[in-house]
Design a binder for this molecule. Sequence first.
Ligand SMILES: Nc1ncnc2c1ncn2[C@@H]1O[C@H](COP(=O)(O)OP(=O)(O)OP(=O)(O)O)[C@@H](O)[C@H]1O
Length: 249
Amino acid sequence: MTVLLEVRGLRVVFDGFAAVDGLDLTVEEGELRFLIGPNGAGKTTLVDVVTGLTRPVAGSVRFAGRELVGKREHEVVRLGVGRTFQTATVFEELTVVENLDLAACFRMPLRSLLRRRRGVSDEVAAALAETGLTALADRPAGVLPHGQRRWLEIGMLLVQRPRLLLLDEPVAGMSRAERERTGELLHRVAAARTVVVVEHDMEFLRRYARKVTVLHQGRVLREGSVAEVQADPEVREVYLGRAGGRAVG
Ligand SMILES: Nc1ncnc2c1ncn2[C@@H]1O[C@H](COP(=O)(O)OP(=O)(O)OP(=O)(O)O)[C@@H](O)[C@H]1O
């Protein structure tokens, strides 16, 4: 197996507080990896560093052998890393297909943009099919229910042909049926790419996760299958030790 993402000794400090504190993480090409951990564990900060949004004070992030630390967001996207945020970010006044088209333009040279023919490109058609949105192609994104917006957002990543997708809480706020369809979508997406998912929903993890990495206080606490991390006393402690925290069991 080839290592696609290799994080070593990562440290991120905000106002003297280490949000990420000596984090090491290895993700192999083709993996569907889930990142979990209590609130404030550093999950989003890790994703922010990988995608060039936040700079660490120490450590390295190698993607396909190239150092990402120091690169800007658009450079990281061009290298093949795509991400979604905790809230869906689509252009509401544009249709589904227009949103996908716009996202696909990102990779095109200017000349081919000028020569663009009307109609749906193969790439956009494939993203519509993969996300199950083909029948909604001409619907304005603003009228879509929450779940479909999130699938559109994933489609907007797919047309940019990433090798690595980082998805931040993709099923937050979704109905049971939407969560199921998202789980199936993640497996379809991960069949041809590497996917890292930050997720809190334990029921979702039990159904769809393979390997899970548990973060706590800015570093990796445990790594293993869902059953292994759920049975781990330290993992149980960091979740259950917090009043009102999200339980792992
Ligand atoms: N821009 C920032 N400025 C100051 N502190 C920050 C900033 N971003 C994150 N933090 C702090 O860093 C810590 C890690 O935050 P982060 O959002 O990475 O955690 P998380 O594991 O994603 O949590 P959650 O599950 O709540 O989203 C938290 O204590 C948070 O308050």
